[in-house]
Design a binder for this molecule. Structure first.
Ligand SMILES: *Cc1c(COP(=O)(O)O)cnc(C)c1O
Length: 395
């Protein structure tokens, strides 16, 4: 029932939730051509020395990890970044062979065994954890070297030892049998700000630690520091690899970074009109009657709600697109449904498609618009869409 001539294929969300698709009430469209375009644009910013790691954690920011991973690898990315071991296994089970870095912490024996079995690459963040990896590999008679990535903290105050202890930590890992350092990295806390003070301090600390590591005659492996924002800000932050999430999905970390590169949003959220009717002047709409009709009005019910990932706090704050027109949402957004004032489209039919995020003729609504309404960031909006919305890939 999709009104597209494009070839359709269903991404991982579909496999997880076959029956959800049958209801055809609401879905997410993934534009693989836009995804591929974004990767190519990002690669154009990089020198030949710098590789692109596409960050596909959190089910590729809600886009469907397997389909996204396959597409980005065909388009110029050479590494994948995930947050957890199961996220890495999902990609391996789908037959993906590219190197996969687990950006999050891993500590348990089960996680270490799975990392070995599925050829994933862990981030090392403390001497204790590094020793556990080494001891565990020894205990299972591991005959080769597990590729590991040493992370240190330059100002995010998240994973890893302080940059002041980075060289000592690298030396310890270097001395452990069965482990081979594949990269050394850190993460930026404020790269999307137009004020670069903190980012430059982090860069300075990164450089200082790397200089100490080189002075110990440790052959410097891959170095990486940049997320999307840093990648778009300055080539000097690219090093040997950049770890890009948001920009791959076609969104800008901040408005001031829009001029550096042309990106196309990959995800669209759509739903169908399930009923159209008139309500009398004075009628209250939805739970709590936040909205009361000041005149007789034409109302449409749409089959998407907060259980699909449309935040309830957006109630009465958003518009949606129908036939290229902006239509106000009215009353409280409910778990599975929401209402619209469609008085400007008197002949609206049940079954017509409503665009919540995306483009319809000249009009456009982005995840950023929702984020601004909610005083949050577009990353959170993208990750908020639930798996009951099937992901449909358009090629
Ligand atoms: C999520 C993540 C990224 C990607 O960040 P974007 O801002 O989405 O590009 C890069 N590096 C690490 C360590 C991350 O956790």
């Amino acid at each position: 029932m999709l009104s597209h001539e494009q070839t359709l294929s269903l991404t991982s969300g579909w496999q997880r939730n076959t029956y959800a698709w049958l209801s055809q009430r609401a879905w997410i469209e993934i534009d693989l051509a836009a995804l591929s375009y974004n990767v190519q644009q990002i690669v154009k910013l990089l020198s030949s020395r710098t590789q692109l790691m596409a960050v596909v954690k959190a089910d590729a920011y809600g886009h469907g990890a397997v389909t996204v991973a396959q597409t980005v690898l065909h388009s110029g990315a050479s590494w994948l970044g995930v947050a957890t071991v199961p996220e890495g296994i999902e990609l391996r089970e789908a037959g993906i062979k590219a190197p996969i870095l687990i950006l999050g912490a891993t500590h348990t024996l089960e996680q270490i065994h799975a990392i070995v079995q599925w050829k994933l690459q862990p981030t090392l963040i403390s001497p204790k954890q590094a020793l556990l990896f080494s001891d565990t590999l020894k205990a299972i008679d591991y005959h080769s070297h597990l590729h590991v990535h040493v992370k240190f903290d330059t100002g995010m105050s998240r994973l890893g030892p302080s940059w002041r202890e980075a060289a000592e930590f690298v030396q310890l890992v270097q001395g452990l049998p069965n482990l081979r350092i594949a990269s050394i990295y850190s993460h930026l806390a404020t790269a999307e700000n137009s004020d670069q003070t903190v980012m430059r301090q982090q860069q300075q600390r990164f450089e200082t630690a790397i200089a100490q590591i080189s002075a110990m005659k440790i052959e410097p492996p891959l170095l990486h520091l940049a997320n999307s924002a840093a990648t778009l800000t300055d080539d000097a932050l690219h090093y040997d690899m950049v770890r890009v999430g948001l920009a791959v999905y076609g969104l800008y970390p901040d408005v001031h970074l829009c001029s550096r590169i042309d990106l196309k949003p990959v995800l669209q959220v759509k739903a169908r009109v399930t009923q159209v009717k008139s309500i009398a002047k004075g009628s209250g709409v939805s739970y709590g009657h936040q909205f009361v009709a000041e005149r007789e009005l034409h109302l449409a019910v749409v089959g998407i709600g907060y259980a699909d990932g449309v935040p309830r706090h957006l109630s009465q704050k958003i518009q949606v697109l129908i036939r290229g027109q902006r239509i106000p949402q009215i009353g409280a957004i409910t778990m599975d449904q929401m209402m619209l004032d469609v008085s400007t489209i008197p002949d609206l039919q049940e079954g017509e498609v409503v665009t919540l995020i995306g483009q319809d003729e000249g009009e456009k609504i982005s995840a950023e618009d929702w984020a601004n309404q909610l005083n949050t960031i577009s990353w959170e909006i993208l990750c908020g869409f639930k798996h009951r919305l099937p992901r449909v890939a358009l090629m």
